[in-house]
Design a protein around this ligand. Structure first.
Ligand code: GTP
Length: 399
């Protein structure tokens, strides 16, 4: 028997089954790759779904400078993931933040002390003191007053001991800051004659960039720390991002924000809605943020006047706080005069006092406007706003 045909047949069978095997492996591989790609796509979709921003009422505005002092949290419609913070207690805040007043190097008080402690004070020394006071924005009138008081006391009392010089300077600075002024924030709700609950309304006004929105956010925290219920009104409708910023501040401490999602909406109507919500929900305080970028006094008068008029249909503002940037000196003061005239300001908030040598502006602004400084901003942190206390402030600037 010829074995060759059998060998050929067996070889052919091996090729056929082996080839089929290879073809099958390739097909399996191809199927697997296709499956992997499909599965990968599905995973990607699932991941996309999982990481997609939830649909909130607040559209993040990418044109805004990120506010490093606050962390983004959910808008109020999605409270699930937001964590409500506990703000730092209000009592003792200025003591805690006091070193911020000395951050700009040598604080005003320390510089004055070093001159006043010299062995015998010459005219040049007094000129130096005058210069220091003027540079710190104490203002011409108060500077002259302080110089005269110091000259007289140093001469009459012959004060030389460093501790005695410090006491003398301290008491003169305290006197200059008028400790008798009433600095309480009127944040008590009231009851109308017909028994309706009326929230205390605080209007926050000032030029843009001075720190209004930040101050409203920080003030909400102060009030929450004091156990008050708060509603925020985003009546700065000029810049949509201002409402987002405010909402974020509110969310951090569980405080709702009344806002309009339409840029340029009527600020008076937002203020009205906020105050009405405060009334309906028996809220203690409604804080209303306003825009400050009106080009002329008449426009400003119209807008602020309308906000006051319209929201007063529910409850009239018990506080109108003017926010001033301490670093802008004289410039800030002339803006302040316009606002004081237009808005009936009841208190000043001086922001950015951290790291400026211009702490003397506190004296000048109170004198010029006849309105007390009630709060001071000492940093960008959420609890860097403190009720103004004359003694603690003077101790801060004396270093
Ligand atoms: N260092 C320091 N920065 C502050 C203080 N208060 C506010 N700021 C900063 O000032 C900047 C402006 O603050 P905003 O609150 O946006 O100012 P605004 O007046 O509301 O501005 P508009 O919304 O544009 O009208 C922000 O970067 C704040 O963090 C403060 O006390 N110290």
């Amino acid at each position: 028997m010829n074995e060759l045909p059998w060998i050929e047949i067996i070889a052919a069978l091996i090729v056929i089954t082996g080839g089929g095997g290879i073809a099958g492996w390739v097909a399996t591989k191809r199927r697997k790759r296709t499956h992997d790609q499909g599965g990968g796509q599905a995973t990607l979709e699932r991941e996309r779904e999982a990481t997609a921003e939830p649909d909130t009422a607040v559209e993040p505005d990418t044109t805004v400078e990120p506010d490093t002092s606050v962390e983004p949290v959910e808008a109020p419609t999605k409270p699930a993931r937001s964590v409500v913070e506990t703000p730092a207690p209000t009592a003792g805040r200025l003591v805690r933040l006091r070193d911020r007043l000395a951050r700009s190097g040598s604080p005003l008080g320390a510089r004055l002390l070093s001159v006043l402690s010299r062995d015998s004070l010459t005219e040049d020394d007094w000129d130096e003191i005058e210069e220091e006071l003027l540079l710190a924005d104490v203002g011409a009138g108060p500077t002259t007053e302080l110089l005269e008081a110091l000259r007289t006391k140093v001469r009459v009392l012959g004060v030389r001991e460093p501790a005695a010089v410090r006491d003398l300077l301290r008491s003169e600075l305290v006197a200059l800051l008028d400790p008798a002024l009433d600095r309480t924030l009127r944040t008590e709700p009231t009851t109308a004659e017909d028994g309706t609950h009326l929230p205390a309304v605080t209007l926050v006004v000032g030029v843009n960039g001075t720190g209004k929105t930040t101050t409203v956010g920080k003030l909400a925290r102060v009030l929450v720390a004091d156990g008050r219920s708060v509603v925020l009104g985003a009546a700065d409708t000029f810049r949509a991002a201002a409402a987002d910023q405010l909402t974020t501040w509110g969310n951090r401490v569980g405080v709702p924000t009344v806002r309009s999602d339409r840029e340029g909406a009527d600020p008076a109507s937002v203020a009205f809605e906020a105050v009405a919500r405060g009334r309906d929900e028996k809220i203690d305080v409604v804080l209303v943020d306003t825009a400050g970028r009106l080009q002329n006094k008449a426009g400003l008068m119209d807008e602020l006047g309308k906000i006051v008029r319209v929201s007063s249909k529910v409850a009239a503002p018990s506080e109108v706080l003017l926010v001033l940037d301490a670093t802008t000196g004289q410039n800030g003061l002339s803006q302040a005069r316009v606002f004081a005239e237009v808005a009936g300001v009841t208190g000043i908030v001086l922001t950015k006092l951290d790291g400026t040598a211009k702490g003397g502006i506190v004296v000048q602004v109170q004198r010029e406007l006849g309105v007390p400084v009630k709060l001071i901003g000492l940093g960008e942190g959420p609890d860097d706003l403190a009720p103004f206390d004359v003694d603690e402030f003077v101790d801060g600037i004396l270093g």
